[in-house]
Design a protein around this ligand. Structure first.
Ligand code: G3P
Length: 217
């Protein structure tokens, strides 16, 4: 399973990329709005760091505007993926942009029916938001299982990009269900490393080793 980081922060992306386990980046207007500087230059810098898929989202809500902004986003770098919302105009734009050979990530997906539409429109990625479903007392991971099953039934090539991951269990469940990608905030990626027995075990190994060194000396 591929691991993407969900942030617009160049500093955070540099830190996670240095770990050697980062496959791509997702951004959204809320995340990019937090960052200083020109968003196009920031996205270009992110592409140079990651050298993998980087999603940049359109803010237009009409078909023509999405196509215009989609072209603008795709022109930033070869790694850019155009992110469109799962609306009627978004699905139309996905079909048109995908037809031109651009990669499209259909975002704000909250149902299997919506995910089916994204696949039929030729999306490269669909982004179901598991955390926001959990927030309204609906099991987000059940949606992932449904989408993976439906896509497998018909050999759709659209990749299931599990978004709105809030904790390590979301990532592990995404992997168990055979999702293609999980995108997580940096803190969730950092949390994947943590286990108290790893820290305790390492401390003991090093203490035992130190003892033998002092005996030898
Ligand atoms: O980028 C889309 C998604 O990952 C947002 O997550 O935590 O704002 O629901 P969240």
């Amino acid at each position: 399973m591929k691991l993407f980081v969900d942030t617009g922060s160049i500093k955070e992306i540099e830190t996670i990329a240095a770990l050697g386990i980062l496959d791509g980046v997702t951004t959204n207007p809320s995340l990019l709005a937090k960052e200083p500087g020109d968003f196009r230059q920031n996205l270009k810098r992110i592409c140079d760091i990651v050298k993998g898929p980087v999603s940049g989202e359109v803010t237009a809500t009409d078909f023509a505007g999405m196509i215009r902004e989609g072209h603008d986003i795709a022109a930033i770098d070869e790694h850019m993926v155009v992110k469109v919302p799962l609306t009627r105009d978004g699905i139309k734009a996905c079909k048109a942009l995908s037809g031109e050979g651009l990669r499209v990530n259909v975002t704000l997906c909250f149902s299997a029916a919506q995910a089916l539409l994204a696949a039929k429109a030729g999306a490269t990625f669909v982004s179901p938001f598991v955390g926001r479903l959990d927030d309204i007392a609906t099991n987000g991971m059940t949606l992932i299982a449904d989408i993976v099953e439906i896509y497998d039934n018909y050999d759709f090539t659209t990749e299931v990009l599990v978004a709105s991951c809030r904790h390590p269990i979301h990532v592990v469940e995404a992997a168990r269900l055979g999702a293609d990608i999980a995108t997580c905030p940096p803190a969730v990626i950092e949390s994947l490393f943590n286990h108290p027995l790893t820290s305790i075990g390492l401390e003991k190994f090093l203490k035992d080793w130190e003892k033998t060194q002092s005996v030898k000396a």
